[in-house]
Design a protein around this ligand. Structure first.
Ligand code: ZN
Length: 355
């Protein structure tokens, strides 16, 4: 019988990292320049391992190889059974990340040895005063002007900077130019891909004293130059469930994410069709299920196997729950039953977009 799998993360130490993962969540990070915690990862560049129960020590890939659809759900396709579909991280940017863009699936498949594209989203866990990020190209910028500015080192005038506060949500379809700014702690949910085209690195050098590699031609191939300012922040749709509040943040082809604010207990439905990923942002408590319970605290991430059935989040806490959705069955129909209009649904990031 599978149970809530608490995953031990993989840490990365890029030049822009910091120490908030320890300060905020008590994580055992390797240095004060730890920028990424790959919380739920099953990728050649990093795979998390099970921290609890009889499967402790197994990699997520080993668990997937053994349990297949029992882990991921009946709905999942052969593609996902071979390759875990999602990658969930926490990013601590004490300095800016590079300005970058990710390709769509078709371009990545053809140009990156069968890799996936990368659509992603950010949930801002913490933001220092004045923090900003880059979302898209400034409206009116042409591809030619953009290319010229890269060559001249004057790209900043073409970047759309956005002010950021705690709790903000950004949905970033593949081909949207983006950069996380300094002073941000962010939960990132994305397709399981590590394909990044770096456009501009703020004239910095890497740990080896040399500028990090840029991928300008590929970035120009894939970047969306249309006006994206109308979707730069995602409002989300909040629904009261008794004394709890569930906020639907993003729902796209690849993933859906909800924030659940739990006062005492929240029932989460799991019917064997899909798996859930639970990341605890605040508070503590336990996951109770038919055969037992698992304690949690802020900063913990769990993979809830599809075959486990319904479970409860017990305790005063704020979590984000991510899964691979059937948009009609998991989101549109249940919300319509509650009387939510199509205007309400449109507040959910990615709804109606063909990403
Ligand atoms: Zn990115």
């Amino acid at each position: 019988m599978l149970y809530p799998l608490k995953l031990r993360p993989v840490y990365k130490e890029p030049i822009w990292g910091g120490k908030k993962l320890r300060e905020k969540f008590g994580k055992d990070i390797p240095s004060d320049s730890t920028g990424e915690s790959w919380e739920i990862a099953c990728h050649a560049n990093g795979t998390s391992t099970v921290a609890n129960g009889v499967l402790a020590g197994k990699s997520l890939q080993e668990v997937l190889d053994t349990y297949g659809a029992k882990l991921l759900g009946q709905r999942i396709g052969d593609k996902e059974l071979e390759k875990f579909p999602l990658l969930v991280k926490i990013l601590d940017a004490s300095d800016k990340l590079s300005v970058q863009v990710h390709p769509e699936d078709v371009y990545a498949f053809e140009n990156e040895n069968g890799e996936l594209g990368k659509t992603e989203m950010w949930y801002v866990i913490d933001a220092e005063p004045g923090a900003q990020l880059v979302y898209g190209v400034k409206p009116g910028t042409s591809k030619e002007q953009f290319k010229q500015a890269i060559l001249e080192g004057t790209l900043e005038k073409h970047l759309n900077f956005v002010d950021v506060s705690q709790g903000d949500v950004f949905f970033i379809p593949a081909t949207t130019l983006h950069a996380i700014g300094e002073g941000l702690l962010i939960a990132e949910i994305q397709q399981n891909s590590d394909t990044t085209y770096r456009v501009y690195d703020w004239n910095r050098v890497g740990n080896d004293g040399k500028p990090r590699q840029l991928h300008i031609e590929k970035a120009l191939d894939v970047t969306d130059f249309s006006d994206v300012t109308d979707r730069e922040k995602t409002e989300g749709l909040s629904v009261e469930e008794g004394e709890n509040v569930r906020t639907y943040l993003v729902a796209c082809t690849y993933f859906a994410t909800e924030r659940v604010d739990v006062k005492q207990s929240s029932r989460e439905q799991l019917d064997g069709e899909k798996f859930d990923i639970i990341m605890v942002l605040e508070g503590e408590g336990k996951i109770t299920y038919a055969e037992g319970e698992e304690m949690f605290k802020a900063g913990d991430s769990f993979l809830i196997p599809a075959c486990m059935g319904n479970y409860d989040l017990v305790g005063r806490c704020r979590v984000i729950k991510s899964y691979v959705p059937d948009i009609a069955a998991d989101i549109v129909q249940p919300l319509q039953k509650k009387g939510i209009s199509s205007e309400g649904l449109s507040r959910i990031g990615g709804m109606g977009e063909d990403s």
